[in-house]
Design a protein around this ligand. Structure first.
Ligand SMILES: [Mn+2]
Length: 376
């Protein structure tokens, strides 16, 4: 079954021509490694987790020992993925030895899990990422494509370029990664190349309906309790243009929930009619002196402009940051930043030219996206 891979069509190779040198550089480091440590970003999402599980498995199949690591207590719903049992819990990394670091879906060292960071700092590093704020300057070799829907889409391309065989475990990991990062193929980031990758994955027996039910259709009680609390906190201003919700540490504690139980909370402020800037403020346990903020935008607003004010980053329409202040102060600071943005000076300068997409050249590369930091 594994030999059912698509032939890598000429069109695709052409659109990738400029990437080939990067692909070669990444492979030459990988193939020379004895033990590869693979990590995505902190609080792994579907793309981080799926990409690293797939890469670990494919590298092992290729005869290279590779280990993915994550905070296994923070997987939430994604814990159903076959392949998570092979993860090294981050707290067990210390005693391990590696000779190469592969960062996937993470374009900045300080977005890695703290336990993985020391390895990233001292080992040669390879980066596969799609964050617009990713520069790859800390990497020895990298494949960074901000036009890709997900890191997983790049992983898939790399696998095809390598001629690697997929299996159902790899296919489901990559499927979940692409589905979650594209909002079930709903975001503009879903391009022909994304669908081509997804279409190929379906050939390996991905349990699409089951996966959809697990990720989007059903919720544990504590997640529903958090939604209820978040709904009550909904604050709408500027006639809906801006909407925000928040969850405090105590809210999480009351239901014994974690951030993983609050993954789609941002959809609450986003669902307000005419909403253009949605904010979700939340605290994580033991860190009441800082407040995380997830940002989603519509229209021209660049979410990374808001996130960057607080040292964060991400994508144009989805970004995040950690504000070094307790909830109340953090909210005031972010609201001020939003008002600044609305006052339009930033609106003009932050506008990025839309990426021109030729019908048959979906992966046209966008060369310079420079900013310090990245988030999911
Ligand atoms: Mn991603």
């Amino acid at each position: 079954m594994a030999s059912a891979q698509v032939p890598f069509d000429a069109v695709h190779l052409l659109t990738m021509a400029e990437d080939i040198e990067n692909y070669k550089a990444v492979w030459s480091l990988l193939k020379g490694a004895k033990r590869v440590l693979i990590s995505g970003h902190l609080s792994p999402d579907g793309d981080s987790l799926g990409s690293m599980i797939a890469m670990a498995r494919m590298l092992n199949d290729a005869g290279i020992q590779a280990f993915a690591t994550a905070d296994v207590n923070a997987l939430g719903k994604l814990g159903f993925l076959r392949g998570v049992d092979g993860l090294i819990p981050v707290r067990k990394l210390k005693r391990q030895r590696f000779d190469l670091f592969l960062a996937v879906d993470c374009g900045a060292l300080d977005r890695l899990p703290p336990e993985a960071r020391p390895f990233a700092e001292k080992l040669p590093l390879v980066c596969i990422d799609h964050h617009v704020t990713s520069t790859g300057e800390f990497a020895k070799a990298s494949i960074i494509d901000p036009t890709a829907s997900s890191a997983a889409e790049i992983v898939w391309r790399f696998a095809k370029w390598m001629g690697w065989k997929l299996d159902p475990v790899i296919a489901e990991a990559l499927w979940v990664a692409i589905v979650t990062d594209t909002g079930r193929f709903a975001y503009d980031s879903a391009k022909p190349g994304t669908m081509r990758a997804a279409g190929d994955l379906l050939k390996y027996g991905v349990r699409t309906a089951l996966i959809n039910d697990i990720i989007y259709g059903t919720f544990p009680k504590r997640a529903i309790a958090l939604k209820r609390t978040a709904w009550r906190s909904l604050h709408i201003w500027k006639n809906g243009k801006v909407a925000e919700v928040s969850l405090t540490r105590d809210d999480f504690r009351a239901v014994r929930g974690t951030k993983a139980d609050a993954e789609d909370i941002i959809e609450i402020p986003r669902s307000v009619v005419r909403n253009e800037i949605a904010l979700f403020f939340y605290q994580i346990p033991d860190r009441t002196k800082e407040t995380r903020c997830s940002i989603r935008t519509r229209g021209d607003w660049d979410a990374t402009v808001l996130a960057a004010k607080f040292g964060g980053g991400g994508h144009r329409k989805a970004a995040g940051c950690t504000i070094k202040a307790p909830m109340g102060v953090a909210k005031r600071q972010m609201r001020a930043a939003v008002k600044d943005l609305l006052k339009s000076v930033l609106r003009k300068t932050a506008r990025i030219q839309p990426i021109k997409v030729a019908v048959e050249a979906p992966e046209a590369k966008q060369p310079d996206a420079k900013q310090p930091e990245a988030k999911k």
